[in-house]
Design a protein around this ligand. Structure first.
Ligand SMILES: [Zn+2]
Length: 325
């Protein structure tokens, strides 16, 4: 649960049901959206983005006395004027914040994912703008691998092919000679999942993928694919496999059912929602599917807030990250 620890700390400040009720309003009303982001960013202690002073106030419109149309704040100490967007990933976007809330909300609450085309239609914004939103949001959902806890206990490992149409129909079940992309999954039973695109499905590649995300004390479970042969000696819990070809789907607690059903969700989403995703971009969609899976114990509002906070944490790394565009 790579980000959930952050949530637990904040959870006491949130009224769960209120959060779920607030977000849909923030999707349709710009002031509510601005206040939603202000609350996530500053809580009940707004401060100056330039000097950090708490001597700040919301600017009001001289005629009406209502909140300034640009939602400006002003600092009494350094005299700076700013909005909640300054210093965040929303700064370089001119889109109303209500569209950002909507895209976060949909991205966090649909199991099969949400397409940029849908966001474009619902918010009546250009496809290009919607894609910009969704790419930022998916990046916010990406696991922070260097700090993420490795998968432990019983870890199911499996690989599959996603997307594309086989070039030679029925030619090769494993996908050789097709446009399909190999995807690896490791899932801690009862815990988190890591799915990512791999270059191929050789033993060398798959074993390296396991080492990258699994704790050496874990017990590994796979199917009979002999690419996994020899992994037992690297993990204290050993390696068990089920033999699907011999019609064996489980033996005692040995099975890869969780990993397999996790692929089924991805495939349904990729076909049903996105109608296909090229190899080049598949990893972004896997971030989103992993994020929703790994935060499944949170309610929709909490999951949306978690994504919003992750976006804030990652705003500086977006441009440096590979394959983000
Ligand atoms: Zn200031």
């Amino acid at each position: 649960m790579y980000k959930i620890r952050v949530m637990k700390k904040d959870r006491h400040n949130l009224s769960k049901s209120k959060l779920v009720a607030d977000i849909p309003l923030a999707c349709s009303d710009e002031l509510a959206a601005v206040e939603f982001f202000e609350k996530q960013r500053w809580g009940s202690n707004p401060c100056c983005v330039k000097c950090g002073s708490v001597e700040v106030y919301k600017m009001a419109d001289a005629k009406t006395g209502e909140r300034n149309g640009r939602y400006l704040w002003r600092c009494r100490d350094c005299k700076e004027q700013y909005t909640v967007r300054i210093g965040t990933g929303y700064e370089e976007s001119r889109l109303p914040l209500k569209h950002w809330v909507y895209a976060f909300w949909r991205g966090c609450t649909s199991k099969k994912g949400v397409s940029a085309l849908e966001i474009s239609r619902h918010c009546q914004i250009s496809y290009k703008s919607a894609l910009f939103l969704m790419n930022r949001i998916r990046f916010a959902m990406a696991p922070d691998l260097p700090t993420a806890a490795p998968l432990a206990g019983i870890v199911e490992v499996d690989e599959t092919y996603v997307g594309g149409k086989p070039r030679y129909k029925g030619y090769n079940k494993r996908g050789r000679g097709t446009k399909k992309t190999p995807v690896f999954a490791a899932v801690e039973r009862g815990g988190s999942i890591r799915r990512h695109v791999v270059a191929d499905v050789t033993g060398k590649t798959l074993k390296a993928a396991i080492r990258r995300v699994v704790d050496p004390r874990a017990r590994i479970m796979t199917d009979e694919n002999n690419a996994y042969n020899g992994i037992a000696k690297e993990f204290a819990g050993g390696h068990d496999s089920v033999h699907h070809t011999a019609k064996e789907y489980a033996r005692g607690d040995v099975n890869t059912n969780t990993a397999e059903s996790s692929f089924a969700i991805v495939k349904r989403g990729i076909i049903g929602t996105y109608h296909n995703v090229s190899r080049e971009y598949l990893h972004r969609y896997l971030w989103q599917f992993d994020f929703v899976w790994n935060s499944r114990k949170l309610n929709d509002g909490e999951r949306t807030v978690l994504a919003v906070k992750s976006a804030e944490d990652k705003r500086l790394t977006y441009k440096a990250a590979p394959n983000h565009a």
